[in-house]
Write a protein that binds this ligand. Sequence first.
Ligand code: URA
Length: 441
Amino acid sequence: MRMYDIILKKRGGGELTPVEIGFFVDGYTSGEIPDYQASALMMAVYFRGMTEAETACLTMAMARSGDQVDLSSIPGVKADKHSTGGVGDKTTLIAAPVAAACGVPVAKMSGRGLGHTGGTVDKLESIPGLCTSMDRERFLEQVRRVGLCVAGQSGNLAPADKKLYALRDVTATVDSMPLIAASIMSKKIAAGSDAIVLDVKTGSGAFMKTEEQALALAREMVAIGENVGRRVTALITDMDMPLGHCIGNALEVMEAVEVLRGGGPEDLARVSLELAANMLHLAGKGELPACRALAREAISSGRALEKLCQMAAAQGGDARVLEDFSLFPKAALCREVLAEQSGYLAAVDTEACGTASVLLGAGREKKGDAVDHAAGIVMLKKPGDRVEKGEALARLYTSCEERFAQGRERYLKALTFAEEPPAPRELILARVGRDGTERPE
Ligand code: URA
């Protein structure tokens, strides 16, 4: 079998067989198939797509490309969550400690930033000393002791995804439905949790720009997980504007802590609590309304914040920063961006906001680049807000003038003003489970 023929077949729109998919995944993981051939196949899949059977087969080949975590030594139903990627999406930092504080062990593997979107591992690493890379024994021991661990994709967990994720990030092949489905579900299956809640984003800041695409991705991921015996629910949530006000690693951790203290932006709190309630529901803690009440109580009692602090300390982090934000790393430069006109902020190109944050230093431009944990954006105005000329629209945090100029230019271009406020948008659009799709009441 030759990789060349597999690329050619997919380029022509053919359906790959399980043997061909296995040949590619094994060969790429072992290093026998080079990056340039894998990139060519990724681009062919991007344009030609994959059938459901091919996607399921790719997922399982990737899940089996390395170790599979056995969580059976930890009592209870273990829960996990994963987002398809967004801007300002810090929901893991809220939903995971809430679920853990309600007695559901959370053993989560998270990723780094991808394209214009942020990643939980980069956000957590803005807590000084916090380590997200650990061996299996330490990971399991922490879940057993603290009930919560959020780690990076460990050495040999779905290594095929680890390599493909980094390759797709720099070859413009991220926003492909079968590639996202296989990437997410391979890690989730290999990571071993019984209950998986997926946050499938849709809108200008998401990889799936339309609700229809997001629903198709959600249904495919739910089917893949349920077919291998996992309980999976997907929420379709809005990413037509950044979630909350903060974009960038340390800024997002602080905003998540605000929600765990019972405050913070309403949109962020609502999506995070709904994700947590669905984790509790899948883990058998009751019907959804009861699980929502449990999640709210975990916040009002302070137990969820306490859980995040315990997790940070267990991973070697200085948990004092979660109480005293002045201990977070500081950006060298902090400047406001002022409105050049009056009107209503009607819309933001959320992907461009994410890119502005990357330009400020919060993300990577090349594989392996270091991120500036203090860099990012605080949106002082969001769509629907009235703005007067000269008023501050946002605060940008970065390391130097050049980055500030690039970030400012991209940010301003992302904004659209109008005479009238925009129509409000639904935040949670649908819930997809094994029994079908429900719309919120
Ligand atoms: N998140 C992932 O883990 N993989 C993708 O491909 C996109 C988002």
